[in-house]
Design a protein. Structure first.
Length: 431
């Protein structure tokens, strides 16, 4: 395989595929769903990044969520540089970890104690183990379309009928590992009630993205989350909010503050690391006391609470607490989706969009979807054409129709207007 292309992206992609499966270190970075060559990024600043050909893009992925204050924010970079100069990793406790735990507990009241880890996958996987350890039960409930990282028991697709246990979505996951995972429809209260009615006393936990961002953006209804809270309490199951994506993204207190619903455990990631590997899970002190070294649930990590990563996270958490931060972020996301919707309408393209805080969804369908099934019914071919049209114009959206988008505090009015000007051209071509 040799390319005749002179594009550095093509040349690097070809080279990457020789030593890395598919040329990428996380599947979502490949352009498998939309076709074409992934862009190899050389640097980023504010709302922009530049590829290996020197082309500038307005970035609406933000590293899939972490870059909420914009890329290479001077305060975050300085915190990282200062921390790095003091040493990269000690394998012994530090003051920074205490400060980060205190900050998270202050900002997310349902968390009294927290354990720092290095990825969202570790956070949700450990939260599940804690829920199972604390309840002595095996079964877990998740919802179709919600992604909670790549731990075995969470890589499950729905079974063929309602209330069936799932099948592995990945080769290498034994059926035995997922036989305790029940997959239900998002936003379906009746189905959730049926599940608890028939097997409530064996369910260890329910895990949910309270604002879903891995099947495009889909909001949970207040009734759905309310029913979940009530049923978990009635049946002694642990309610886990996976706020790895929506935490510190839809608002300072996350989705739980937005909906006024208190989970038993919360998983966090992305924003709390500000672009470095920090994630966390936490809840009541009573529940968290089940964790080793004081409890029987084991979990550990060589780089957990890494001092450089924690410094990036703390600098980011300081910035998002500036007055008006989330109001501005929400307003900018709102302007983007309103502008895109108007541009599509003007061109006669079936399209709608939604945003919650700094997250947004774009749908090539008549109505904003409320479930995985509704989301999958959207026009994927049209999305792909839109994606590539926008990419050519220098606007980088997520390379798949089922991903949410993210704005940062650096996406000011001029950046949004530049995006909308490009969208008007692209929608006109799609019509
Ligand atoms: N949970 C949610 C809601 C996520 O969006 C993600 C990643 O996108 C994860 C968990 C897994 O996090 P990580 O990729 O850091 O392992």
């Amino acid at each position: 395989m040799t390319t005749a292309s002179t594009s550095q992206n093509d040349i690097l992609f070809e080279r990457a595929q020789l030593t890395t499966p598919g040329g990428v270190n996380s599947p979502v970075r490949a352009f498998k769903s939309v076709g074409g060559t992934p862009r190899f990024i050389t640097r980023a600043e504010g709302p922009y990044f530049w590829d290996a050909d020197g082309k500038r893009y307005i970035d609406y992925i933000g590293s899939w969520g972490p870059a909420i204050v914009g890329h290479a924010h001077p305060q975050v970079v300085k915190a990282v540089q200062d921390a790095a100069a003091r040493g990269l990793s000690f394998g012994a406790p530090t003051l920074g970890e205490i400060e980060m735990a205190e900050e998270i507990c202050k900002l997310v009241p349902s968390i009294e104690q927290v354990r720092l880890v290095s990825s969202g996958t570790e956070a949700t996987m450990s939260a599940l183990r804690l829920a199972r350890g604390a309840t002595g039960r095996d079964k877990i409930v998740k919802f179709e379309g919600c992604y909670h990282g790549h731990a075995d028991s969470l890589l499950v697709k729905a079974g063929s009928g309602l209330l069936t246990f799932g099948n592995p979505t990945s080769a290498g996951v034994p059926e035995d590992f997922v036989k305790h995972t029940l997959v239900l429809d998002y936003n379906n209260v009746a189905q959730l009630e049926d599940a608890f009615e028939s097997m409530g006393d064996t369910i260890a936990c329910v895990i949910v993205e309270p604002v879903a961002g891995n099947m495009n953006l889909i909001r949970a209804t207040p009734e759905f989350l309310g029913a979940m809270r009530r049923l978990c309490t009635e049946h002694g199951a642990v309610l886990i909010f996976d706020e790895v994506m929506c935490g510190f993204r839809v608002g300072l207190g996350g989705a739980q503050e937005l909906y006024g619903i208190t989970p038993d455990l919360t998983a966090l990631g992305k924003v709390i690391g500000g672009g470095m590997p920090v994630a966390a899970f936490g809840g009541s002190a009573q529940l968290m006391h089940n964790m080793a070294p004081i409890g029987a649930v084991y979990q550990a990590g060589t780089l957990s609470g890494n001092p450089v990563a924690v410094a990036a996270g703390m600098a980011t958490l300081a910035l998002v607490q500036q007055p008006g931060f989330y109001e501005k972020l929400s307003a900018q996301a709102g302007k983007l989706v309103a502008g895109l919707t108007a541009a599509a309408k003007e061109a006669g393209v079936t399209f709608c969009a939604d945003s919650v805080g700094g997250m947004f969804g774009m749908y090539f369908s008549q109505n904003v979807p409320a479930s995985y099934g509704q989301m999958m019914a959207g026009d994927k071919t049209r999305f792909n054409a839109f994606f590539h049209g926008m990419l050519d114009e220098g606007v980088y959206f997520a390379p798949a129709a089922f991903e949410a988008g993210f704005v940062s505090a650096m996406h000011d009015d001029a950046v949004i207007e530049e995006t909308l000007a490009a969208a008007r051209k692209v929608f006109a071509r799609l019509a």
